[in-house]
Design a protein around this ligand. Structure first.
Ligand code: GLN
Length: 490
């Protein structure tokens, strides 16, 4: 198995390996294996090689090195990267190259991490299987016929397949955690407002965050330390720093919530069993389990898809053929014709996929005069009720443990014709987005197949480090995160 992010950093700093060697190994793996997975939409080989050479020179000159020096990172293609194409998985941005870096990319570069390329995703982050990408689906490294989950499927697969130790995903309703569970890696959705969204192409701004994906919680922590913190360029970015956690030595006294309502939702037997073992492990460490109730959780999916689509219908208005990317070639029609409107609609018709169009239509309808109160207003009230449920639960517990997904990774094509079944894949993840809470998915077992199984921990606002500490303790004691898929061996 290749090095973790922290191991790469150490090996590079100690001189056991050069940054150029780290980058070449990574580019070589991509070249050899990516045809099977379809992860990379753009490989930034030139930039990565240049940065590696500069890092090698700086190390030789004994200049100070950043906390992620030499670490190869893959970035979900929804995050703007200067001089590297950023497609958002959409035809409409096929030829779009940003002239600026997102704040998270700036911070990665300041930390001396090396961005090696951009990973596949569901178009504009809309999907739960990566089958909504205009550039084809990503194959799950554990079984190439199955989905990776979405929308950060590429960012999850690239870590599971050991191409890179660390990637960045985005999570609006579960897009970091659900693919992390399906691919057997760790994925953290930070507290809303703790990581800048500047330069992340917006889908549903009030719900989403950028976060790290890696094999270990320790790597996610190293990334979070670099990414988190106030940013003047994002007005929703908080000035409250992430709290230090008291769970880094022992879990004795930790109170873990166990949501009764979750156990009636048709969870697969494998996931239920792995969750019970995780619970036993935590109890063995001195944690106590407390039943908690989230009475409004059952309305989470309905509220999420209304709110997310409403925000999407407004955020995606900028993709009109005039401001960015693809423009339909519409002939001027003289004074009476409306060439501009035709250009807008034909550019969108050609440039956007069916799921994106469905969400724009749904969101426009939900916000339209006469209906806004019945749909958007009601969904907003459900959102507040869910936030309140969590507030009450967190009076009795420190974290909440539950499944990340109801099922194991499903087969490609299985749910594409049934959007509602697809939306239900997010039943456990959307809650943390609606409430703005930090949440992490981590590997807790495998089916016989083997297919990975994930568990989710949700924490109080700004207590992201507590989640990382608990998972780190778990990974000290278990080896689920060390298993690797065999599909790429040949
Ligand atoms: N699957 C959810 C959706 O389609 C979540 C996506 C995300 O988190 N970006 O909206």
């Amino acid at each position: 198995m290749s090095r973790t992010a922290l191991e790469s950093r150490r090996a590079f700093a100690e001189g056991t390996v050069t940054a150029t060697e780290l980058v070449e190994t990574c580019l070589n793996t991509i070249e050899r294996h990516d045809a099977k997975l379809n992860v990379f939409l753009t490989v930034a080989d030139e930039q990565a090689r240049r940065q590696a050479a500069d890092l090698d020179r700086r190390r030789d000159a004994k200049e100070p090195l950043g906390p992620l020096a030499g670490v190869c990172v893959a970035v979900k293609d929804l995050i703007s990267t200067r001089d590297i194409r950023t497609t958002c998985g959409s035809r409409i941005l096929e030829k779009y190259t940003p002239v600026f870096d997102a704040t998270v990319i700036d911070r990665l570069k300041q930390a001396d991490a090396i961005v090696v390329g951009k990973t596949n995703l569901d178009e504009f982050g809309m999907g739960s299987s990566n089958e909504n990408s205009a550039y084809g689906r990503v194959a799950n490294p554990w079984d190439l016929d199955r989905v990776t989950g979405g929308s950060s499927g590429g960012a999850a697969a690239v870590v599971a397949a050991d191409f890179v130790p660390l990637s960045l995903g985005t999570d609006t309703g579960g897009s970091i955690r659900q693919p992390a569970a399906f691919c057997g890696v760790v994925g953290l959705k930070p507290t809303y407002g703790s990581v800048s969204r500047y330069g992340m192409v917006a889908y549903a701004s009030s719900l989403e965050q950028i976060g790290p994906m890696a094999r270990t919680a320790a790597d996610c922590r190293a990334a979070l330390d670099v990414l988190a913190g106030h940013d003047d360029k994002d007005s929703t970015c908080s000035r409250t720093p992430l709290k230090d956690s008291s769970w880094n030595q022992s879990l004795k006294g930790l109170r873990v919530g166990w949501v009764e309502e979750h156990w009636t939702d048709g969870i697969s037997e494998g996931i239920a069993a792995a969750l019970r073992s995780t619970r036993e492990w935590l109890e063995g460490q001195g944690a106590t389990f407390v039943p908690v109730s989230l009475p409004h959780a059952r309305y989470g999916i309905a509220a999420y898809y209304l709110l997310a689509s409403s925000e999407a219908s407004s955020n995606l208005a900028r993709f009109d053929g005039a401001h960015y990317g693809l423009r339909a070639n519409v002939k001027a029609e003289g004074r009476s014709g409306n060439g501009l409107e035709q250009m807008y609609s034909q550019s969108r018709e050609a440039g956007l996929g069916p799921e994106v169009k469905r969400r724009i239509l749904l969101g426009t309808f939900a916000l339209s005069a006469g209906y806004a109160e019945a749909f958007y207003g009601k969904a907003s009230r459900v959102r507040r009720a869910i936030q309140q449920d969590f507030l009450e639960a967190f009076q009795d517990v420190d974290v909440i443990l539950g499944p990340t997904t109801p099922t194991e990774p499903f087969r490609a094509g299985e749910k594409v014709d049934d959007p509602l079944a697809m939306y239900l894949a997010d039943v456990f993840t959307v809650l943390a987005n609606l409430a703005g809470l930090p949440a992490i998915s981590f590997p807790v077992g495998f089916t016989e197949h083997p297919l990975p199984l994930g568990a989710q921990l949700i924490g109080r606002p700004f207590e992201d480090r507590a989640l990382l500490d608990i998972v780190e303790r778990f990974q000290d004691d278990t080896d689920w995160h060390l298993r690797r898929p065999s599909s790429l061996n040949s």
